[in-house]
Design a protein around this ligand. Sequence first.
Ligand SMILES: [Zn+2]
Length: 398
Amino acid sequence: MVILGLAPGAAADGPSDALGAVVHDGAAFPVLDALGNGWVVTTPCRTEVFLGEGTHVERVDVVLDPGHGGPETGSVGPNGIVERDLNLGVAHLTRLGLLDLGYTVAMTRERDLHMGIVQRANIANALSPGAFVSIHHNGGAVRRSSDPGTEAFHQNGDDGSRRLAGLLYEEVHAALSAWDIRWVDTVHQGTSARIRNNGLDVYGILRLTPDLDSAIVEAAYLSNAPEADLLADVEVLQAEADAIVRAIDRFLTSDDPGTGFKQAFVDAVTTGTGTGWNCDDSIYGSSLSHAVGYTEQEYADLVAMAARAGHTPESLQRFGVYALDWFHAMAGRLVLEPLPAEALPVVEGDGVPVAVTGTWSPADQIVLMRVADAYGLSPAEAQKVGAVLMVFLIGIGG
Ligand SMILES: [Zn+2]
């Protein structure tokens, strides 16, 4: 299928063409296209929408990813602490520590929301950070240990990622070792790569960010009661966050190698969570409310032509916008001039309003914003030009 309406020179996929991300409503939205008054982005659930608000960020030093969120809880402590929330808390503390050191930082999510792994990786790729760290707390181990069962995972065969993971393991393990409790661990305590038989990383966070230095840290076992109780203490969370800050700072400012390295291990079984299954964030991109005003005569014509075509006036407006988008695409690489002032329709005033709220899908709204951008129109003007066009075309056909 032809991708309609991409402006000449519009970016293809790829890190060198990364367009940054928009931070809005507690999440980062990777940018696919920048239009005059906003951006085409993907939502946490990976729906393409037009976003007309938020703060655009071109790149950052560090992207932090608090693992899980929404219905994907991650592990749950016997004391009721949920990994989803714990990861978020530690990530916020880590962010503050990095900001104190002068780093620019973005988070995949700043609040509790559902977000799949692919989206998290896309956010990191869009922001081209020097380090991408996914923060987790583990579940499952029962083997008694004299020290924390901290694990860090890196991209298989990537020296930078390996060093980042080694520093995360070194700092976090050392920080938590200050507490003498009944720790648990597995044979994977330490720093390693978890791979499939084909050598690819098991974790999408690592596999889908091949151009970044990415790592996952599992600080301790939330599923183990003594560790869960420890993780209920904000002093411990601060110590953990401080350790992650030191690890990232050392990664970015030194050649320190890190520690804890083990052989890569093949795991043909584990399926990561974070599929984003049943993800719903239809709240984004559904706030379109550019009511268009028509004079009595214009409205009568619109209703008549809509009836002739078997549509409502509102849907005729929308078809008109798609027609404009199609014409724009047909114009190919010609430079389209904005319409002259005298050609702009009057869309405000005492006319009959045709509201569009709630009837335009996110995809419809992207088309509308693209048309508005291409022809130098407001969204309301673009709809009216579309409607007038349809009235004209149907009139010809009639
Ligand atoms: Zn987790």
